[in-house]
Design a protein around this ligand. Structure first.
Ligand SMILES: [Zn+2]
Length: 106
Protein backbone atom coordinates (compact mmCIF):
# COMPACT_ATOMS: atom_id res chain seq x y z
CA UNK A 1 0.00 0.00 0.00
CA UNK A 2 1.43 3.36 -0.99
CA UNK A 3 0.70 6.54 0.92
CA UNK A 4 1.04 10.15 -0.13
CA UNK A 5 2.63 11.86 2.88
CA UNK A 6 1.59 15.35 1.73
CA UNK A 7 -2.07 14.47 2.25
CA UNK A 8 -1.32 14.25 5.97
CA UNK A 9 -0.24 17.88 6.17
CA UNK A 10 -2.55 20.83 6.35
CA UNK A 11 -2.27 24.50 7.22
CA UNK A 12 -3.46 25.94 10.50
CA UNK A 13 -4.46 29.50 11.24
CA UNK A 14 -3.49 29.64 14.89
CA UNK A 15 0.04 28.37 15.43
CA UNK A 16 3.16 30.29 14.50
CA UNK A 17 6.57 28.64 14.29
CA UNK A 18 9.92 30.25 15.08
CA UNK A 19 10.26 31.50 11.48
CA UNK A 20 7.20 33.66 12.07
CA UNK A 21 5.19 31.59 9.59
CA UNK A 22 1.99 29.69 10.22
CA UNK A 23 2.80 26.20 11.43
CA UNK A 24 1.46 23.12 9.69
CA UNK A 25 -0.33 20.25 11.32
CA UNK A 26 1.31 16.91 10.59
CA UNK A 27 0.27 13.44 11.56
CA UNK A 28 2.85 11.26 13.21
CA UNK A 29 3.24 7.68 12.04
CA UNK A 30 5.69 6.28 14.58
CA UNK A 31 4.69 3.10 16.49
CA UNK A 32 4.82 5.09 19.77
CA UNK A 33 2.39 7.78 18.61
CA UNK A 34 0.45 6.46 15.61
CA UNK A 35 -1.90 9.06 14.12
CA UNK A 36 -1.05 11.69 16.71
CA UNK A 37 -1.11 15.23 15.31
CA UNK A 38 1.51 17.88 15.92
CA UNK A 39 2.31 21.40 14.78
CA UNK A 40 5.46 21.66 12.73
CA UNK A 41 7.43 24.19 10.71
CA UNK A 42 6.19 24.74 7.15
CA UNK A 43 9.70 24.23 5.83
CA UNK A 44 9.62 20.61 6.97
CA UNK A 45 13.13 19.32 7.48
CA UNK A 46 16.15 21.02 9.04
CA UNK A 47 17.89 20.61 5.67
CA UNK A 48 15.20 22.82 4.11
CA UNK A 49 15.83 25.58 6.65
CA UNK A 50 13.21 24.52 9.18
CA UNK A 51 13.35 26.06 12.65
CA UNK A 52 12.47 22.69 14.14
CA UNK A 53 9.23 23.93 15.72
CA UNK A 54 7.22 21.18 17.41
CA UNK A 55 4.12 21.05 19.58
CA UNK A 56 1.42 18.44 20.10
CA UNK A 57 -2.02 19.48 18.84
CA UNK A 58 -3.84 17.76 21.72
CA UNK A 59 -1.55 19.35 24.31
CA UNK A 60 -4.02 21.94 25.59
CA UNK A 61 -1.61 23.73 27.91
CA UNK A 62 -2.32 27.45 27.57
CA UNK A 63 0.28 28.70 25.19
CA UNK A 64 1.37 32.19 24.29
CA UNK A 65 4.30 31.56 22.01
CA UNK A 66 7.44 33.52 22.67
CA UNK A 67 7.54 34.13 18.92
CA UNK A 68 4.02 35.52 18.94
CA UNK A 69 4.93 37.80 21.84
CA UNK A 70 8.00 39.03 19.95
CA UNK A 71 5.88 39.70 16.86
CA UNK A 72 3.42 41.75 18.92
CA UNK A 73 6.35 43.65 20.38
CA UNK A 74 7.73 44.38 16.90
CA UNK A 75 4.25 45.47 15.75
CA UNK A 76 3.98 47.82 18.70
CA UNK A 77 7.40 49.32 17.90
CA UNK A 78 6.39 49.75 14.26
CA UNK A 79 3.25 51.61 15.31
CA UNK A 80 5.36 53.91 17.47
CA UNK A 81 7.70 54.66 14.57
CA UNK A 82 4.71 55.27 12.32
CA UNK A 83 3.40 57.84 14.79
CA UNK A 84 6.82 59.53 14.87
CA UNK A 85 7.01 59.62 11.08
CA UNK A 86 3.49 61.04 10.92
CA UNK A 87 4.29 63.87 13.34
CA UNK A 88 7.51 64.63 11.43
CA UNK A 89 5.45 64.75 8.24
CA UNK A 90 2.93 67.14 9.81
CA UNK A 91 5.83 69.32 11.02
CA UNK A 92 7.32 69.34 7.53
CA UNK A 93 3.94 70.28 6.05
CA UNK A 94 3.53 73.10 8.56
CA UNK A 95 6.96 74.55 7.80
CA UNK A 96 6.28 74.19 4.07
CA UNK A 97 3.06 76.21 4.47
CA UNK A 98 4.90 78.78 6.57
CA UNK A 99 7.58 79.04 3.87
CA UNK A 100 4.89 79.48 1.17
CA UNK A 101 3.36 82.33 3.14
CA UNK A 102 6.78 83.97 3.48
CA UNK A 103 7.27 83.69 -0.28
CA UNK A 104 3.88 85.31 -0.94
CA UNK A 105 4.69 88.24 1.28
CA UNK A 106 8.13 88.78 -0.23
ZN1 LIG B 1 9.67 27.48 11.12
Amino acid sequence: MSQNSSSNTYATQKEICRCGDLAFIRILKTPQNPGREFYGCTKGNKEDGSCGYFRWVDDDTPFIGEEKFNLLHILHKAEESLREVRSLFLEAEASRDWFKDQMKEA
